[in-house]
Design a protein around this ligand. Structure first.
Ligand SMILES: *Cc1c(COP(=O)(O)O)cnc(C)c1O
Length: 370
């Protein structure tokens, strides 16, 4: 399939490294601003800061989890050089409105496709709308290769630049490659919805001890993490090639089937809403998001009953606590809806270890919790 080849051409150590490569390829650096939505993960501003630029946060839609096009004119400044558009959970963003506003300002659009390889909008795959897109293949993404990221570049000139710079990236050190291989095997062996909560605690403790590779780096704008100079190692790349060939269509089928079952099973549960999608959207979700009235209570109940329920994004730039927003230039007052949504959204798994029986248990859980 053509899409596989596209994603294997420009591979990097992680998704954020692909984003950083795109930003640098666009000539973005010191003194520049890059607009991105709040209700995201810290990997995105980390890449912007590593490029030397400053993130500017756009708020999300009143009833959704993607960026609100109306906020673009309010936040852009003469220094803004690009807009990053996230297809959160796999729900396509409102691309026609965003692209037209970006074109008026002459700004390139970069799509964050870390949550989906297959969503479409008006029949067109996400990742093909902007100048470039980036993907992640770490734990919890639709296709898992261990750590890993990829850039899909639609602008021919930008693509030439990125291809020419590929040779400058080093492969990770041997100890790091071993750690990743071990972590991948453990994940493949152990991970299933019924072990979500215990494994989550174990993973946190291990990454705190430096034994496992955590999801988040310490942020230091003056000294970007070594990650940004690393390519994807060969074993990961071979695994990615195999999984892209076999896993994308089956993930899409399962994700659609399980999401349908959840929608019909949860539709009339009191206090539950589904985030909005634009008209013409055909989402293929990484996880199934729901808005609940009492997020903390729902999470506590799920933990007690061993139901896999994720809390992200728990803060506007997850997992950075709100009072540390200054580190990544976030004033939560500029994105009140993202703030509000962090108190509402939980999400359910749709990956290959999730059976229809598990989905039925989840539906029963929400009926009882209501
Ligand atoms: C996972 C993720 C990233 C970063 O991916 P890494 O491979 O961890 O660098 C960026 N954006 C979103 C929305 C993600 O979910």
């Amino acid at each position: 399939m053509q899409a596989d080849q596209d994603l294997l051409q420009l591979t990097y150590y992680r998704g954020r490294v692909a984003l950083h490569a795109i930003l640098r390829g666009l000539g973005i650096g010191a003194g520049d601003e890059v607009a991105t939505q709040a209700f995201t993960c810290v990997a995105v501003p980390e890449a912007i800061l590593a490029a030397g630029a400053r993130p500017v946060y756009l708020d999300i839609e009143a009833d959704g989890v993607n960026l609100d096009p109306d906020d673009i004119p309010r936040k852009l400044t003469p220094r803004t050089r690009a807009i990053i558009v996230q297809h959160t959970f796999g729900i396509p963003a409102n691309m026609p409105a965003i692209l037209s506003l970006a074109a008026q300002q002459g700004l390139p659009v970069i799509e964050d496709c870390c949550h989906t390889l297959a969503s479409k909008l008006h029949g067109q795959p996400v990742g093909s709308f902007g100048a470039a897109a980036f993907y992640s293949f770490e734990w919890g993404k639709p296709v898992v290769a261990g750590l890993g990221g990829s850039a899909r570049v639609n602008d021919p000139q930008l693509k030439e630049t990125l291809l020419a710079r590929r040779a400058a990236y080093r492969i990770p050190a041997r100890s790091e490659r071993w750690k990743l291989a071990l972590q991948y095997s453990l994940h493949a062996l152990l991970y299933r919805p019924s072990l979500y909560w215990p494994l989550k605690s174990a993973f946190r403790s291990l990454s705190r001890l430096g034994i496992a590779r955590g999801n988040y780096n310490a942020l230091d704008a003056d000294r970007p993490a070594e990650d940004f100079s690393l390519a994807m190692a060969d074993p990961q790349r071979r695994r990615l090639a195999r999984k892209l060939a076999s896993g994308v269509a089956s993930h899409a089928d399962r994700s659609r089937r399980l999401a349908c079952r959840l929608i019909s099973g949860l539709r009339d549960v009191r206090g539950i809403r589904f985030p909005a999608a634009p008209s013409g959207a055909e989402p293929v979700l990484a996880r199934f998001p729901i808005q609940v009235d009492d997020k903390l209570r729902t999470l506590a109940l799920a933990r007690k009953q061993n139901i896999e329920l994720a809390e992200w994004y728990a803060t506007p730039v997850h997992p950075l606590p709100v009072d540390q927003g200054g580190v990544i230039g976030l004033d939560p007052e500029v994105c009140p809806r993202a703030m509000q949504r962090t108190g509402e959204i939980v999400s359910l798994p749709l990956h290959e270890r999730v059976s229809e029986r598990h989905i039925d248990r989840v539906i029963e859980f929400f009926h009882k919790a209501a």
